[in-house]
Design a protein around this ligand. Structure first.
Ligand code: NDP
Length: 448
């Protein structure tokens, strides 16, 4: 039976866009359906606008530090949230346009509608049209999970946070992960009073404990109010619009805004996966093999909907691997080992490979080198914030199995260091490299 397309992709986020355009470049007839905006979470309401807000937020400290470097900045210095927000959204529009153009340039048909699966080779669009394809790729991403609690509808998620009409005077952020810590830093720099309420004792699970402790210490010193073992019980909205938040083990907290940053769940509701025998796990993630194939032979899935590693560059790799394998005659699987990641908190932190605790559990013999220092710029600025770099090595082979850092530009430095960790270099290889002075990154080759 002739199909309408060789490939029908559902979702034009980072993964779906890469898979679609590469498949088309390999000669496939491809359509991609997108119910919201081409670009997906990362471009439209995630990494990209968040990073721009982080840049904007950083000016608060830079302006304060400026006088130590000879600059007189008139006080009080004012900040326009509306101007930054609108400029960020304009940039999002630009990238959205670039993504759309790239798809079109590669001959991919963009269908601006929701599509759901109705069988192994069929999808139905929101307008009722049925389309057929030899293969279907599900790349629909994930959505913010909101804890079950009374009054949760009064809170917002990372979807809404970029569009706030005005900055809240007080915000309570629920969660202790990536989004919570990044937005705690952003709002704090903009002058909002930030309370971060986490249900457990641990922030940023998965990152090295000492690095996380340093973030907590610096953030507390700056004035972010952390509440631990504080699960959500409910939110009441008063006549004045203020929100009273009830947390376990805490007095009620009154704020102007509540942001839920409590993890993300795969977007599988109502997607019709059962009609094609596509199985999902207990969290709703589509079960796939190393080749991104689902339990239905003609349906594949990549990115956050598979809940493997919820990071844009991973979804992009999965999309590329899928397209190269299926349409490019180059069977490829994604290597999930040593994926670098970062939290764009204030200051940022980043890591690659095993944490010290993981290495001690897995390797037994471990050597840890660290440098705890005050960056030169912070010294002159009178800023009492110390950076911390850690290198975790296999005690038997000297191989570097993990690098973890917190401090200015940590993500930029870590990306380069991750190449060495991925390549399996040893501590001696780092030591053999001459320091680039004066830099913060030179600490990596001077660790004792
Ligand atoms: P995270 O998984 O990072 O953190 C979720 C946090 O919410 C944890 O502290 C978790 O606590 C807590 N939590 C989970 N469920 C509940 C609940 N029912 N009630 C109260 N607290 C709860 O999720 P985020 O939402 O911050 O981010 C989603 C994903 O997006 C991340 O996993 C990451 O992959 C990606 N992301 C990446 C970024 C980057 O690369 N810089 C930036 C932003 C997002 P506990 O630890 O106890 O489970």
């Amino acid at each position: 039976m002739p199909y309408d397309y060789d490939l029908f992709t559902i979702g034009a986020g980072s993964g779906g866009t890469r898979a679609s355009r590469v498949a088309a470049a390999h000669g496939a007839r491809v359509a991609v359906a997108e119910e919201y905006r081409v670009g997906g979470t990362c471009v439209i309401r995630g990494c990209v606008p968040k990073k721009l807000l982080v840049y904007g937020a950083h000016f608060a400290e830079d302006l304060r530090d400026a006088r130590h470097f000879g600059w007189d900045v008139p006080a009080p210095c004012s900040f326009s949230w509306a101007r930054l927000r609108d400029n960020v959204m304009r940039e999002v529009d630009r990238i959205n346009g670039a993504y759309t153009q790239t798809l079109r340039n590669n001959g991919v048909e963009i269908i601006e509608q929701r599509a759901v699966v109705t069988g192994p080779h069929t999808v139905r669009l929101a307008d009722g049209t049925e389309k057929t394809a030899e293969r279907i790729l599900v790349a629909v991403g994930a959505h913010s999970a909101i804890p079950e609690c009374e009054g949760h509808e009064h809170g917002i998620t990372s979807n809404e946070v970029f569009h706030l009409p005005e900055l809240p005077r007080r915000i309570l952020i629920a969660g202790g992960g990536y989004i919570a810590n990044e937005f705690a830093g952003i709002f704090h720099q903009f002058g909002t009073h930030v309370i971060l309420a986490n249900r457990s004792q641990e922030l940023l699970r998965g990152y090295d404990a000492q690095i996380r402790d340093r973030l907590l210490q610096i953030s507390t010193m700056k004035g972010i109010d952390f509440r631990f073992d504080a699960a959500f019980r409910g939110i009441d909205k008063g006549a004045d619009g203020c929100l009273t938040v009830h947390l376990t083990g805490q007095e009620p907290v009154v704020v102007d805004q509540v942001l839920f940053a409590t993890g993300r769940r795969p977007n599988v509701a109502g997607l019709g996966l059962e009609s094609a025998g596509v199985e999902v796990d207990d969290l709703g993630a589509i079960k796939v093999d190393a080749h991104n194939a689902s339990t239905c032979p003609s349906i594949y899935a990549i990115g956050d909907v598979t809940n493997r590693v919820q990071l844009t560059p991973v979804a992009i790799r999965e999309g590329q691997a899928f397209a190269d394998s299926v349409y490019g005659g180059r069977p490829t699987t994604v290597d999930y080992d040593c994926i670098p990641s970062a939290v764009f908190s204030h200051p940022p932190l980043a890591g690659v490979g095993m944490t010290e605790a993981e290495a001690r559990e897995k390797l037994g013999s471990v050597r840890v080198y660290s440098s705890d220092f005050r960056p030169m710029k912070n010294v002159l600025a009178g800023r009492n914030e110390r950076a911390l770099y850690k290198m975790v090595c296999d005690g038997m082979t000297d191989r570097v199995v993990g690098i973890h850092m917190i401090g200015p530009d940590a993500p930029e430095i870590l990306q380069a260091a991750a190449v060495a960790v991925k390549a399996g270099l040893t501590k001696a290889d780092f030591d053999a490299t001459v320091a680039l002075h004066p830099s913060m990154a030179e600490e990596l080759v001077l660790l004792r």
